[in-house]
Design a binder for this molecule. Structure first.
Ligand SMILES: [Mg+2]
Length: 224
């Protein structure tokens, strides 16, 4: 039977990012960030000294700051910010769609006894809205709802591998953002960048990807 090999190693598990890799969702991250910064500022915290530009990490930092003096306010801030983010994600999921060959790819991998999973910073509701039958195609879906530290923290990817009993040395992480590559490298997996998001081949090579593919479905072509 044909196998998927990368740098001489047989791949038994493929873990996919979702947005930009298996589906096109058009989440308005700029609007999301602007509003979250406003919400945080309304609690008297300025985000300009935060060392991150990512909304989930900004919310974590702001709630950590508030928690020492007012756990109640911290809880309110988190709820308000997360509700806002979730609404944007759900709308994007409603308007978005899976890439044309996503089901074909996942079916092909399954037929070759390769485990399939999704790791995403998106919320579970949005993923299931965009791909209602995802669990017929994937062995696990680990969105941000299920972990404390999301990718690029490798803990997120380790959680997926634990669930499906995958080992890093036979796992491939596939994503459309250099952070997906960073996450995979930190977790000890092989990594592949795909060009269906906003990044180019050079970005993935700089991030240290083992391979770069035009689309996730092109994985089929390298199974031999
Ligand atoms: Mg993505």
């Amino acid at each position: 039977m044909s196998v998927l090999k990368i740098n001489g190693s047989i791949i038994e598990t493929v873990i996919f990012d979702f947005d930009g890799t298996l589906a096109k969702l058009n989440i308005d991250f700029q609007r999301m960030r602007e509003e979250v910064v406003k919400i945080i500022a309304s609690y008297g915290i300025q985000t300009n000294l935060f060392k991150t530009n990512f909304v989930l990490e900004m919310i974590n930092l702001a709630t950590d700051i508030l928690n020492s003096n007012s756990p109640q306010k911290a809880k309110m801030l988190r709820e308000k910010a997360m509700t806002f983010i979730e609404n944007i994600e759900l709308r994007a999921a409603e308007e978005g769609e899976l890439f044309a060959h996503t089901r074909e790819l996942l079916t092909f991998l399954k037929a070759h006894n390769i485990s399939r999973a999704v790791v995403s910073r998106n919320c579970e509701k949005a993923i299931f809205k965009a791909f209602p039958d995802i669990l017929s195609y994937c062995d696990a879906v680990v969105c941000r709802d299920l972990v404390k530290n999301v990718k690029p923290n490798p803990h997120h990817l380790h959680t997926v591998m634990e669930k499906i009993k995958g080992t890093p040395t036979s796992t491939l992480m596939v994503g459309d953002h250099p952070l997906d590559i960073e996450t995979g490298r930190q977790a000890g997996t092989f990594t592949a960048g795909v060009l269906t998001g906003h990044f180019q081949e050079i970005d993935f090579l700089r991030a240290g990807a083992d391979l770069v593919l035009p689309r996730a479905v092109d994985l089929i072509k390298i199974i031999s």
